[in-house]
Design a protein around this ligand. Structure first.
Ligand code: FE2
Length: 398
């Protein structure tokens, strides 16, 4: 069970613990972070920007692609991450940017191999509670997260994008499982492209201009008490666009998560609280934009931290759960008002394709159409007789 300081302070009336202010919690009060607050950096260009849109090199490996849902999540089989070339890694990043999260089974990656592979994608980031420089160990949660939330300000079991409070939140995250219980400890991801798409157009226009307050303060206080871990850096609040533009796909993604967002900079408190409540419901009811992964040893999940949120599902398993996670610094989130939603792009492309097809048909005048074509034959320019019949009907006034 958690070593919560609050559990030592029991109300004589109810018999339940009383939460004391963090300032009087010795574990929080006495901790002095050893590092300073970070400054903004400009990371190198996203590797997915260099990829072949058709990903021919990646699929030349014989990799078998299966999309797990329409909105998010793909599994690649018959592929070893440890064997991929730089070009194939770029194409994999593009696939991840598009699908949100990509899964692999039976991987032979080592921790050193994982770190080296991830350095292809940028400079390795470090979680505030991470003691080693190059990776963090992810154990999962067997706490009763609903009960813990009574005493800690941070919703530790809820959806989040990794360290979204940083000035440069991670672009990509990779989690490789080394030990895992036979049941329990699943991780769920939800598409932030999909969550934006699912808003009404009026709500999209409203949220487009807002800034979400992403904070590490609640996590800072909580992990000092709950985990007994001293964060490396002081807590910060960062205002990021509530809707961000993905630098590779150019798509809009919602940039709000219950793990780290405490409000909206432009709104008054009550407005902000109610909007957060709505987004909590919006996220937790988005089964059509979610995917859930049942882990096994040797599995890997590689996700885009800008286009998804995730959470490990708390459980009561007793066998150890141990994953190795690496992240790399991403760009400072930005909002380009000219960017489009994923649904909006799909509608535009469909309309453009229909318009192009209609335009092609317009170019085929009646005089150009052979009057007699044998059934099943082609008209000479690749159009079948059936196509020609349609063109003739459309072109000839009644
Ligand atoms: Fe996470």
């Amino acid at each position: 069970m958690a070593h919560l300081e609050s559990r030592k302070h029991i109300s004589p009336d109810s018999g339940f613990p009383i939460t004391i202010h963090p300032h009087f919690n010795a574990k929080i009060k006495e901790h002095i972070p050893p590092e300073a607050i970070r400054s903004e950096i400009t990371p190198s260009k996203d590797r997915a920007s260099f990829a072949d849109p058709e990903k021919k090199a990646l699929f030349a490996t014989g990799a078998k692609r299966t999309d797990l849902t329409e909105s998010i999540g793909t599994i690649l089989e018959n592929i070893q991450l440890s064997q991929l070339t730089p070009q194939q890694l770029d194409e994999l990043a593009l696939l991840v940017s598009e699908r949100g999260v990509v899964f692999f089974r039976n991987q032979d990656l080592t921790t050193a191999g994982q770190e080296a592979l991830f350095e292809h994608y940028g400079t390795l980031d470090r979680h505030p509670a991470q003691k080693t420089q190059r990776h963090v160990i992810i154990k999962g949660s067997t706490e009763d997260h609903r009960e813990i939330a009574s005493y800690t300000p941070w919703p530790s079991g809820d959806f989040h994008a990794d360290t979204s409070f940083e000035l440069n939140p991670p672009s990509y995250s990779l989690l490789r499982m080394e030990e895992h219980p036979p049941v329990g400890g699943d991780t769920a991801w939800v598409s932030q492209y999909g969550l934006y798409d699912a808003l009404s157009e009026h709500m999209q226009r409203f949220v487009d201009g807002l800034h979400a307050v992403h904070t590490s303060r609640l996590q800072y206080d909580t992990i000092l008490d709950l985990w007994g871990v001293g964060p490396n850096r002081p807590p910060i609040d960062t205002h990021h666009p509530a809707v961000r533009t993905h630098p590779v796909t150019g798509l809009k993604a919602l940039n709000v998560n219950p793990g780290f967002v405490t409000g909206f900079a432009e709104l008054k408190k009550r407005e902000s609280d109610k909007l957060l409540d709505f987004f909590d419901l919006h996220l937790h009811s988005a089964d059509d934009h979610a995917v859930r992964w049942k882990w096994d040893v040797g599995n890997v999940a590689l996700w885009d931290n800008r286009a998804t949120v995730h959470r490990v599902i708390p459980g009561s398993y007793e066998a150890p759960r141990r994953g190795i996670r690496t992240t790399v610094f991403g760009e400072k989130p930005y909002f380009d008002p000219k960017s489009e939603s994923r649904d909006g792009r799909a509608r535009r492309l469909k309309a453009e394709a229909a318009a192009a097809a209609a335009n092609d048909n317009d170019k085929v005048g009646v005089a150009d159409v052979p009057t007699k074509i044998a059934p099943g034959s082609e008209s000479g320019d690749g159009r079948t007789d059936a196509t020609v019949e349609i063109v003739k009907e459309a072109d000839v006034p009644a």
